[in-house]
Design a protein around this ligand. Structure first.
Ligand code: 5RP
Length: 273
């Protein structure tokens, strides 16, 4: 991810340390502010920032965590929960009509309205299920993740989980919608072919021009953001992407109930509802 001029003057090793410190401090602050001792059901997202969230939760000790159950968003977070000695539970065991108390997760980019791009780790489908099953979703993001509009810093594109047989048709449709060079995400180093998600599907990364904020935000009077000239508003694009046959889920998380929370050392982390 691009660093500012002043940051790029910092030696690489120091930059990496700064980012880790920012992730860690955001995670500890988020847990301090949003994990209440009486909570019993907690969602745990995926990625490197969430490692610090789990570390911060485990550091509270069994006196606080022993009555809590932790709901993962994929294989990585399942392992994290178990390795930390926390109690694992699955979202399909959540009784109908009940919600998680809170869910913590990371993001690839956060815009000024606290809309998110997620799915850099290919876990977006389960992440969205867990996030939308929680009373409160807390997104923990280091200072690099914030930008005025989605697609400004995160140039790899919007992650889209697709049925493999539909991938060529989805790619065609994305190009027609103005995505520049959408592509099937390759497997991890040393693994041939496409990456396969925890759900047995593929990921397409679809770059678009930086997205306008939601259509009902103050920008709506300026430009509709309905795809004309390749310009989309977050919600208009999300509505369109999810309707493409073969698309299972998309890595746009959006909503207007953003809650600005604690600093990751330099800039705020955010929650989108
Ligand atoms: C995984 C995700 C992650 O939350 C996102 O990629 C951020 O990861 P990291 O904390 O490693 O930067 O959406 O699908």
């Amino acid at each position: 991810m691009a660093m500012s001029t002043s940051e790029s003057a910092i030696p690489l090793e120091q930059q990496a340390r700064l980012v880790e410190e920012s992730k860690r401090s955001a995670a500890y602050q988020a847990v301090k502010d949003h994990l209440v001792a009486s909570y019993t059901r907690i969602g745990i997202g995926s990625g490197s920032t969430v490692v610090y969230v789990v570390e911060a939760i485990a550091a509270l000790g069994p006196g606080v965590t022993s009555n809590m159950k932790f709901y993962p968003t994929g294989a990585q977070s399942e392992e994290l929960i178990e390795a930390a000695g926390l109690t694992l539970q699955f979202i399909n065991k959540l009784p109908a009509g009940q919600l998680l108390d809170v869910a913590f997760d990371g993001a690839d980019e956060v815009d000024d309205d606290l809309n998110l791009i997620k799915g850099g780790g290919a876990c977006l489908w389960q992440e969205k299920i867990v996030a939308t099953s929680a009373k409160r979703f807390v997104c923990v993001a280091d200072f690099r993740k914030l930008s005025p509009r989605l697609g400004t810093n995160w140039k790899k594109g919007i992650p889209i989980e697709v049925l493999p047989m539909a991938a060529p048709r989805v790619l065609d449709e994305l190009k027609q919608m103005g995505s520049h060079n959408p592509r099937i995400r390759p497997g991890l180093p040393g693994k041939a072919g496409a990456i396969v998600t925890d759900n047995g599907l593929w990921i397409i990364d679809a770059p678009f021009m930086p997205l306008h904020l939601l259509k009902d935000s103050s920008e709506s009077g300026i430009q509709a953001g309905n795809g004309d000239n390749g310009v989309w508003a977050v919600d208009a694009l999300a509505d369109r992407l999810i309707k493409i046959p073969g698309v299972a889920e998309i890595g746009l998380f959006y909503g207007k109930n953003g809650l600005q929370v604690e600093s990751g050392g330099q800039k705020p982390v955010a929650a989108y509802f």
